[in-house]
Design a protein around this ligand. Structure first.
Ligand SMILES: N[C@@H](CCOC(=O)CCC(=O)O)C(=O)O
Length: 398
């Protein structure tokens, strides 16, 4: 029986623990790590056959490794994708998808609500290789359509977006992309496949920063590109040739992370929903951005596309950047760090960190105010998290 046959119909909780598992002759229960840069061929002929692609098997760890392969199969099963390739970081996954799918002269239409470094990659790196990007408001479908040119080959978005949790209409954008012979590529980092499967709505490639919820404890960097088999040929060739590869040790840590992904996502979401509702009731808080709030502008899409609203929320303090920094500095449990998806709750000031390389005008257009703070709500007890914020806010008004 082929792996995919017995996996069909299993729940995500089961796939996250069982999909892709391969055991060596030792019969190890926990997956083995293969810390080897190359693999030995039984004969010169076998080497030649593998290099020619006529025989399956490992060659060199820049593009295949048994530990990494288990993670790839597991992520593909969770995303409902044919296959997956893993990369050294989330940004390496973006680079691999772009470089492996596009060529000079192609055009991308991208959401303007993206992680700041992704904007840099599109504006400053891909542009040097004659791939141009037009940025549009994520939720304005007519703007996406108007930006399409004859050479548009890709529509690209994050949903929910970082850090304002805006939600894009995956089904409508997939229809639009395909009507123009373009790919729909979705960064699914905030949701993970446990909360959202973009391919179900027509996405062609789905990207991950494994560094976030997939690792789940802030230990390793990693990324993934999942999708239809034929669409992964280009990204796979880029990975093999350019080498932004995931290490087997990091793949192993991430495999252990994925096993508890469903359970963790449920708690992240429950804690975030609790804090979002509470923050909204505070006089110091001007606005809360969280997909689980009934007044979220795309609440209907959240219900349609996502199983749960997610573990990330952002909020604006009425007194702007000085208050935001002062609050951050007074927090004891929330770690001041530019990362998310960790068991440990984190607090980030996007304007001066994750989005600091985006120009002030672009930040303003994207709605990232100086008084905005982003919380990645972790797995600590929610009462302790609320009290940490409450005490820090009370301290501010003294
Ligand atoms: N996407 C993550 C990771 C944040 O990483 C950084 O801000 C590093 C800075 C850089 O990429 O230049 C998040 O939003 O927290």
């Amino acid at each position: 029986m082929k792996d995919e046959d017995w996996l069909a119909g299993l729940h995500p909780e089961t796939l996250a623990i069982r999909a892709g598992t391969q055991r060596t002759a030792e019969g190890e229960h926990s997956e083995a790590i293969f810390p080897t840069s190359s693999f030995v061929f039984a004969s010169a002929e076998e080497a030649a056959e593998r290099f020619a692609g006529r025989e399956a098997g490992n060659i060199y760890a820049r593009f295949t490794n048994p530990t990494t392969r288990i993670l790839e199969e597991r992520l593909a099963a969770l995303e409902g994708a044919d296959d997956c390739i893993t990369t050294a970081s989330g940004m390496a996954a973006c680079l691999t998808a772009f470089m492996g799918s596009l060529q000079a002269g192609d055009h991308i239409v991208a959401s303007r609500s993206l992680f700041g470094t992704t904007v840099q990659l599109l504006q400053k790196i891909l542009a040097r290789f004659a791939v141009e990007t037009t940025f549009v408001p994520l939720t304005d479908l007519s703007a996406w359509e108007a930006a399409i040119r004859p050479n548009t080959r890709m529509l690209f978005l994050e949903t929910p977006s970082n850090p304002l949790t805006e939600v894009g209409d995956l089904e409508a954008l997939a229809r639009l992309a395909h009507a123009h012979d373009a790919l729909l590529v979705v960064d699914n980092c905030f949701c993970t496949p446990v909360l959202q499967q973009p391919m179900r709505w027509g996405a062609d490639l789905v990207l991950h920063s494994n560094t976030k919820y997939i690792d789940g404890q802030g230990r390793t960097l990693g990324g993934a590109v999942c999708g239809r088999r034929e669409l992964l040929d280009g990204p796979r060739n880029f990975l093999r040739t350019a080498g932004p590869s995931l290490s087997p040790f990091n793949a192993w840590v991430q495999l252990k992370g994925v096993e508890t992904l469903s359970l963790r996502m449920e708690r992240h979401c429950a804690n975030a929903a609790d804090l979002a509702a509470w923050l909204q009731s505070l006089p110091e808080v001007e606005k809360v951005y969280y997909p689980g709030l009934p007044e979220h502008p795309q609440a209907d899409l959240v219900h349609k596309q996502q199983r749960l609203p997610g573990g990330i929320l952002s909020f604006v303090l009425r007194d702007g950047q000085p208050a935001a920094w002062a609050l951050m500095d007074r927090l004891r449990i929330f770690s001041r760090t530019a990362n998310l998806g960790d068991a440990k709750s984190t607090v980030t000031h996007p304007a001066s960190t994750t989005h600091s390389r985006v120009s002030a005008e672009e930040r303003q257009a994207a709605g990232i105010q100086d008084g905005l703070l982003r919380l990645s709500v972790g797995l600590e007890h929610v009462d302790d998290l609320r009290e940490d914020l409450q005490r820090a806010l009370a301290d501010l008004s003294r």
